[in-house]
Design a binder for this molecule. Structure first.
Ligand code: ATP
Ligand code: MG
Length: 575
């Protein structure tokens, strides 16, 4: 990533570094001029000379201001560009990864990579470059000026404490960073915890858990305070310590340089210049210690970013994909499956097939693999060759985009974005067709409720808006799937939060409207499936029964038992 970027933008860095070197050089001339002015004043006081020199210094200062702007523009500006381009690239990469990746990586961790780690790499590309130039070039040049212009002996004596500055910067830099990170961690843990508690405040209250929760909050908040204090301690010690060592240099300079001036080995002007140089040398020494930290952090973070870059989608795309225009037949052949990275078989030798226009019911105990069956069809997880076929083509030979263009999926957990109802229904569509949205909301039996909201279809829902009931959310997600008008629609237990009558009404209405399309209905309410063309019954990953409702009743197995039990429950309820 960095290599490609530098290959494209190296000239901006080269320009920035060149300008930076010029600034450093200019800076070095100022003490020398001041020194010469002093010496000149001593021997032949002359106002004209002073004003020329003042003009020079002002000129150099203005020139330096412009150049300083320029190096910041080139070096820091380019690092910002890197940050922008890389963040976009990483986000796109994340979207391209399979769902399995997000099962295994927490969103908090991914967020940290896109923010903190990227920031650390950017710092290495900005501060890191500037500090390296200052630490190397500036240090060497300053020492050269001090030695050549004034005295090598004095330079070496006064420089004795300087390596300590670099060491202090290195050591404290590490310590400050460590404590800073700990403050950040504490803080994000505190805010994550607080956010979760506030979202779950209804549960907290209904369990009368205020005191306990307050105690836990206080504990976290106190840890946060302690971390901040321990950072403040080292940070407050850092600069005074640097200043102390820098003054030792000045003491040495004065102690050894004073007699030299008296003896006439160096002039007063030279001595003044020397002291300015010594002051200027503090910075490159600090930079030297600091830059090692910045680069080390940048490297560690870069490695973490590369983990995302090098991640391959679990679902491989075919090299020469077969294009399908519609879904006519679907066949599962002896499908045995376990999720990537796990070793428990969740589907065992499952075979069944159906064709266009069918309504398929999938029922079974909890965790028996119902959702897995449909997720695999949509290629959300990788599956072996020779197991699932669409139109007799192995799904591994069809691109996932192609398949998902034809399948609409209403997932088990309804998720709405913080946006208007209308935009949620017409999710990710360029042009929004209001009439169409209303039509499908009606089909999903949610239109009347949407109309009753304060702003109707423009009502904002989700985190930043109105809270919908579980059943309302489920039906809006159904409308969203219908809106896309695809060939095959999967309803994964997506009406569990509405009453049985409404579920039946919705499924029947959909069936009436979708005779020519294929529907897969996963449900716990068997009555809904009376007219299904095929019902498959799963138990612990095994397909134990399949057929139409009447056939399964005649079989008198698990399905028949479950069905009779539900009928009795229903009668009891209606009494
Ligand atoms: N992403 C995943 N990674 C690993 N294991 C998974 C994953 N998703 C589901 N499983 C496991 O696969 C098994 C089947 O899960 P699945 O969600 O298909 O069941 P289900 O029949 O839909 O259950 P429910 O009725 O509760 O929705 C479960 O034991 C579950 O723990
Ligand atoms: Mg499920």
């Amino acid at each position: 990533m960095i290599k490609q970027f530098l290959r494209k933008y190296w000239y901006r860095y080269a320009l920035g570094i060149l300008v930076l070197i010029f600034v450093d050089l200019f800076q070095l001339f100022i003490p020398r001029i001041v020194g010469q002015v002093v010496d000149h004043l001593k021997t032949q006081p002359n106002l004209d000379y002073v004003s020329t020199m003042v003009a020079w210094i002002v000129g150099i200062a203005i020139g330096m201001a412009i150049l300083r702007f320029l190096w910041r523009f080139f070096i820091i500006g380019t690092s910002r560009r890197f940050e922008y381009m890389t963040r976009n690239f990483l986000f796109e990469k994340l979207l391209s990864l399979s769902t399995g990746y997000f099962d295994q990586n927490r969103s908090g961790d991914l967020m940290a990579k896109l923010t903190n780690d990227l920031q650390a790499v950017r710092m290495a590309l900005a501060q890191g470059v500037v500090l390296s130039v200052d630490a190397s070039f500036m240090a060497v040049m300053t020492i050269l000026f001090m030695g050549r212009v004034v005295s090598w002996r004095l330079t070496s004596l006064a420089s004795i404490p300087l390596p300590a500055l670099a060491l202090i910067a290195l050591f404290f830099g590490k310590l400050i960073h460590k404590r800073f990170m700990s403050v950040q961690r504490q803080y994000s843990s505190l805010s994550e915890w607080t956010e979760e508690t506030i979202s779950g405040v209804r549960i907290v209250k209904s369990f009368a858990a205020n005191d306990k929760i307050h105690y836990l909050f206080n504990k976290r908040s106190f840890q946060n305070y302690e971390a901040a204090m321990s950072l403040a301690k080292v940070a407050s010690l850092f600069f005074p310590l640097m200043m102390l060592f820098a003054s030792i240099s000045h003491v040495l300079a004065l102690g050894f340089g004073g007699p030299m001036v008296i003896k006439g080995d160096v002039t007063l002007g030279e001595f003044i210049a020397f002291n300015s140089y010594l002051g200027m040398l503090t910075w490159p020494m600090m930079a030297l210690g600091w830059v090692l930290n910045v680069i080390q952090r940048g490297r560690a973070s870069y490695k973490r970013l590369m983990e995302i870059v090098q991640e391959k989608p679990q679902v491989e795309e075919p090299e020469a994909p077969v294009e399908i225009k519609e879904i006519n037949t679907v066949e599962y052949k002896n499908l045995t499956y376990r999720y990537p990275g796990t070793d428990r078989w969740v589907l065992k030798n499952v075979s069944f097939s159906f064709s266009r226009g069918d309504m398929i019911g999938i029922v079974g105990t909890v965790g028996s693999g119902k959702s897995t069956i449909v997720k695999l069809l949509a290629k959300l997880y990788p599956v072996e060759r020779g197991k699932i076929f669409i139109n007799r083509v192995d799904i591994n030979d069809i691109s996932s985009v192609n398949i998902r263009q034809l399948i609409a999926f209403v997932p088990q957990e309804s998720f709405l974005f913080s946006d208007s109802v209308l935009k949620n229904i017409a999710f990710a569509q360029k042009d929004i067709d209001f009439k169409k949205a209303v039509h499908y909301a009606e089909l999903a039996s949610v239109h009347d409720e949407i109309e009753s909201f304060d702003h109707g279809y423009d009502t904002v829902v989700g985190e930043r808006g109105v809270t919908l009931s579980g059943g309302q959310k489920q039906r809006v997600t159904i409308a969203r799937a219908l809106y896309m008008e695809k060939d095959l629609i999967v309803f994964d237990d997506c009406l569990s939060a509405v009453d049985p009558e409404t579920e039946e009404k919705i499924i029947t209405a959909l069936r009436e409207n979708y005779r020519e399309k294929t529907m897969i209905v996963i449900t716990h309410r068997l009555k809904v499936l009376k007219d299904a063309d095929l019902i498959i019954v799963l138990d612990d990953g095994k397909l134990i029964e399949k057929g139409r409702h009447e056939e399964l009743m005649a079989l008198n197995g698990m399905y028949a038992r479950m069905f009779r039990k539900q009928m009795i429950e229903e009668e009891l309820e209606s009494e």
